[in-house]
Design a protein around this ligand. Sequence first.
Ligand SMILES: O=P(O)(O)OC[C@H]1O[C@H](OP(=O)(O)OP(=O)(O)O)[C@H](O)[C@@H]1O
Ligand SMILES: Nc1ncnc2[nH]cnc12
Length: 163
Amino acid sequence: MLRGAAAPTATDEQKKELEKIELIKKNIGLYPDFPKAGVLFRDTCTILRQPNAFQALKEVLVQCVRVHFVETECIGGLDARGFLIGPIIALELRIPFIPIRKRGKLPGKVTTEEYTKEYGKDAVEIQDESVTAGAKILLVDDLLATGGSLQASCNLIEKCYGK
Ligand SMILES: O=P(O)(O)OC[C@H]1O[C@H](OP(=O)(O)OP(=O)(O)O)[C@H](O)[C@@H]1O
Ligand SMILES: Nc1ncnc2[nH]cnc12
């Protein structure tokens, strides 16, 4: 910024976006010591009880994909809470939604990846037939803690030759 120039002000569009983000944040439930001592559990499902907040979430995420992830060809969602958010984005963008599930839930030929999370171990799976080689898949979930679930899901996509 030039010395003496006025500080840039947010456009009306940006202000609306920030209001939506505030509304979303306000509607996330906080539960200390769940499911075990020392974990602050952020309950994103509380957003779904407030249609205005849920609508704002959809709009913010769809806009984010349109602006920042323009090459997206598929949305991949993580079990279970990524299934609440991913499909509404995919439908709005008219692109496929691919579920990444916990071990043992998907039929047919699957690829598996094990990982460690904030409070335990787990494994995720994807149906091999759901990934076209080279497809650009944007992964969606409600929350990052250690990042283990998301990293494992990225590994899965790469094992199946997706991007
Ligand atoms: O970044 P991480 O440490 O991997 O943690 C984040 C993940 O943990 C939660 O899911 P969880 O595995 O508890 O499953 P759920 O959605 O079925 O409750 C959350 O919805 C993310 O998927
Ligand atoms: N802190 C947290 N809140 C909600 N879900 C979680 N999954 C892993 N860590 C979590």
